[in-house]
Design a protein around this ligand. Sequence first.
Ligand code: EPZ
Length: 420
Amino acid sequence: MDKLIIKGGKKLKGRVDISGAKNAALPILAATLLTDERCIVKNVPMLTDITTMIKILGELGKSVKRVGSTLVVKTQDKSRCVAPYELVSTMRGSICVLGPLVGKRKKAKVSFPGGCVIGPRPIDLHLKGLRDLGIGINVKGGYIIGNGKEIKGTRIYLGGHFGSSVLATANVLMASVLAKGKTVIENAACEPEIADLVRFLKKMGAKIHGAGSPRLEISGVRYLKGCTHALIPDRIEAGTYMLATAITKGDVYLRGGQFDNLLALIDKMREAGVSIEKKGKGIRVRHVKGIKPIDVTTLPYPGFPTDLQAQMMALMAITQGISVITEKIYPERFIHISELNRMGARIVLEGPNAIIKGVEHLSGAPVMASDLRASASLVLAGLVAKGTTEISRIYHLDRGYENLEIKLQKIGADIKRVKE
Ligand code: EPZ
């Protein structure tokens, strides 16, 4: 297994290119199951989660050819309907093949997705929405068996204990586009990745209103065709580099960073004293004065993204004063606290609240990556820590960050990948 070696203390300066959005790619690649025609998806990042989704599509009778950042998806066998445990259990996002499979091929057998270190990952909202559409759902031997012989449009409320659900919205949306009649999804997820999925489905011929709003209105159609689509940039990757720039007191231009998709983060970083400006087709982030402590609560979009919580915590760990980060989406998403504390941070957990007492500096140490975004927070801590930080199990990072160490090297970081 590989590990990252980071020597802290370098300011990040220069330009970084933001890749296509992983969390748009996964549902959009799943949506290719809604047609037997060729689909072309552009700006697809080279990530292990994408490789996993390509393998799952292969199990479902699709051929996927990668040409640079473009994927060409064709149909070889439309009778295949089983998404196997050994693949689905490695990536929760694969659950979003269920909706399109049962919507188009009228039957599906998809393994229950595993939980992960950020907490239980229930799918009750996915199954509730699909059942509301008249889809027969049974659970047997760790698999979800879907029967979509009679899918009828209806009104569905998709809000759960933690608010809206991104992939439940994607699944129910994709199951409804070929249904008979009209479907309304209330308390739908408003994430930009869902809006990008809607754009893709409309290019295929779907009739959908309300992209990016909590209410989606779908009029079922009889047939969807292939199409060509370029993914939006990855706002979580962009947010990670914005926080990396702030923590190293740098000055970086993020080419492709979509300012309007990051307003909650920008609001909080400006409150902390970081200079952020929309510039051309990107965002310029500059450290101009001392960073101030702030309080953050994660919420469904357009609230502060849970996927940037760990990275913000790294910045607050070396910010003089007391900061509080409250995690409202995944109350257990704090595995990074113990590793940051091993580097000298002073963070304590009070229920869903992390209380962070800023310290003068962090100290490099051997640490272990765990979930994708917790690992990113360890990279940010290593960039600013005194001494050397070794991060093992970085396959977690390779799931969601394309060429991370190469992009960081290009803007001045002293970071390298070595074989363990
Ligand atoms: C998506 O996961 C993202 N993944 C996650 O990013 C992200 O953290 C999450 O949305 C929240 O923004 C992809 O898009 C592939 P949810 P998803 O359903 O859709 C609860 C990353 O790092 N819930 O929006 O699985 C759930 O437990 C990943 O890129 C139910 O209770 O998340 C959570 O508390 C990590 N029942 C909340 O809703 C359900 O049926 C939001 O989860 C579904 C979800």
